[in-house]
Design a protein around this ligand. Structure first.
Ligand code: PMP
Length: 361
C-alpha cells in the first residue's frame, strides 16, 4: 500500500487539506482541550465552540484584509445555496447582470432567473482557444448587482483582474479561488465560497457582505436561514451550525497565517501552476486548451488521446497521483492544485507527464 505521504490528491473538491491541519484534528479528535469529548460532541453554544467561531472569523478577516464595513457570515448549503440566497437578498427594482463564463456561472444565473429579472453577458470565447473576454457594459443601466465567477473550476478559466463595471455592486463566486491570492475586498458588494477547496470540509459556505446590502431583503418574505441580516444578527447560528466544518476551517485559516497568508499563497500558486502548464505546453501528447491569459492557477484541465486516457489515469494513480479525472460533464483530465497542494505534488505530476509521454513519443 502507498503511504499517506507519497499520495497527492488532485481532486477538485472536496479537496486535500493541509497535512498539519489533519494531524492536529486527529490529535484533538477524541478529546478537545482536555474536556474528555470531541468538539463534534460539544454544544455550539459552549465557550469552546464560541471561541472557535470567533477565531475563524477573525483569522479570515485578517487574511483577506476585510474592511470593518463588511460582515462575515458562515452559512450552510455550500456555494449552490448562495445561488438562491443572492437573488433573494439582493434583487431590487433593477435587473441583475450575470457574466456567463461557463458551467458554474450558468448554474448561478439559472437559479437567479427564478427570482427576478436577469440579464446575461457572455464573457467566454470558445475558439480557437477558451478565453475570458474583457467586459464592457455601455448602457447607462444600473443593476441590482453584477454576478461573476472569478474561477471556473471545470474549464480551468480564471479572471486575473476584477471586471471594472461600475453599474451595481459586484458579487463573486470565489468557491475555487478564495484565499489563493490577495484581493481588494472593497471592490465587491458580496463574495462567497463553498468551503471544500481552499477552506475546509464541504457543506459550509463563507459569505462576505458589505453592510449596506444586508437590509435590502424583507425579512418576513424569506426563509429565516436564507436571510443574510437574520444570519448575521444570530451570529451565524440561526440554527445549529456545522461545528466540525467550522473547527477545521479555523485550523486551515491558522495554517494559512503561519504560511505567510495570501501573498505567500499567490507566490506559490503562480509557481505551481507555471510548472504544470510548462510541462503540458512542452508535451506533444497532452494539451491544455485555455488561452494563456485566462488560465486558472487552481484548476488545470488537460486532454490526452482518448485511447491513452484510462491508462494515464491508472498509471498516475499507481504513482500516487490521485483523482486526475476531469469533471463528468467535460471529460479529459484535470489537476486541481489549491493552496494545500504542496509544490512537490505538482513537481511529481509534471515529472510523471514527461515520463508517461516518453513511453509513447
Ligand atoms: N461554484 C464553483 C465555482 C464551484 O466550483 C462549485 C463546486 N465545485 C460550486 C459553485 C458549487 O459548490 P457546492 O457544491 O458547495 O454547492
Amino acid at each position: 500500500m502507498t503511504s499517506a505521504k507519497t499520495v497527492y490528491n488532485f481532486c477538485s473538491g472536496p479537496a486535500m487539506l493541509p497535512e498539519t491541519v489533519m494531524k492536529q484534528a486527529q490529535a484533538e479528535f477524541l478529546d478537545y482541550q482536555s474536556k474528555g469529548i470531541s468538539i463534534m460532541e460539544m454544544s455550539h453554544r459552549s465557550d469552546e465552540f464560541q471561541a472557535i467561531l470567533l477565531s475563524a472569523k477573525a483569522r479570515l478577516r485578517e487574511l483577506m484584509a476585510i474592511p470593518e464595513n463588511y460582515q462575515i457570515l458562515l452559512m450552510q448549503g455550500g456555494a449552490s445555496l448562495q445561488f438562491s440566497c443572492i437573488p433573494l437578498n439582493l434583487t431590487g427594482s433593477d435587473p441583475a447582470l450575470y457574466l456567463d463564463s461557463g458551467y458554474w456561472a450558468k448554474k448561478a444565473l439559472t437559479e437567479a432567473q427564478k427570482y427576478g429579472s436577469v440579464e446575461v453577458l457572455s464573457v467566454l470565447e470558445e475558439h480557437p482557444e477558451k478565453r475570458l473576454l474583457d467586459v464592457s457594459v455601455t448602457e447607462s443601466e444600473h443593476y441590482s448587482y453584477i454576478h461573476y465567477t472569478p474561477n471556473e473550476t471545470i474549464d480551468g478559466l480564471e479572471f486575473h483582474h476584477v471586471p471594472s463595471i461600475n453599474k451595481g455592486p459586484l458579487v463573486a463566486d470565489m468557491s475555487s479561488c478564495i484565499l489563493s491570492r490577495p484581493i481588494e475586498v472593497d471592490r465587491f458588494g458580496l463574495l462567497y465560497a463553498g468551503a471544500q477547496k481552499n477552506i475546509g470540509p464541504a457543506g459550509l459556505a463563507v459569505v462576505i457582505i458589505r453592510e449596506d446590502l444586508l437590509s435590502r431583503a424583507d425579512k418576513t418574505k424569506l426563509p429565516r436561514l436564507l436571510h443574510y441580516q437574520t444570519v448575521l444578527s444570530e451570529g451565524s447560528m440561526a440554527n445549529t451550525p456545522p461545528t466540525f466544518a467550522i473547527y477545521l476551517a479555523n485550523l486551515v485559516f491558522g495554517w494559512l497565517q503561519e504560511q505567510g497568508g495570501v501573498l505567500e499563497m499567490e507566490r506559490l500558486n503562480k509557481q505551481k501552476s507555471q510548472l504544470l502548464y510548462q510541462a503540458l505546453d512542452q508535451s506533444v501528447l497532452f494539451n491544455n486548451a485555455v488561452a494563456t491569459d485566462s488560465r486558472s492557477r487552481m484548476n488545470v484541465p488537460f486532454s490526452i488521446d482518448r485511447n491513452l486516457e484510462t491508462h494515464f489515469l491508472e498509471q498516475a494513480a499507481n504513482h500516487g497521483l490521485l483523482n486526475l479525472v476531469g469533471h463528468r460533464t467535460a471529460g479529459g483530465c484535470r489537476a486541481s492544485i489549491y493552496n494545500a497542494m504542496p509544490k512537490e505534488g505538482v513537481e511529481k505530476l509534471a515529472e510523471f507527464i514527461k515520463y508517461f509521454e516518453s513511453q509513447y513519443v
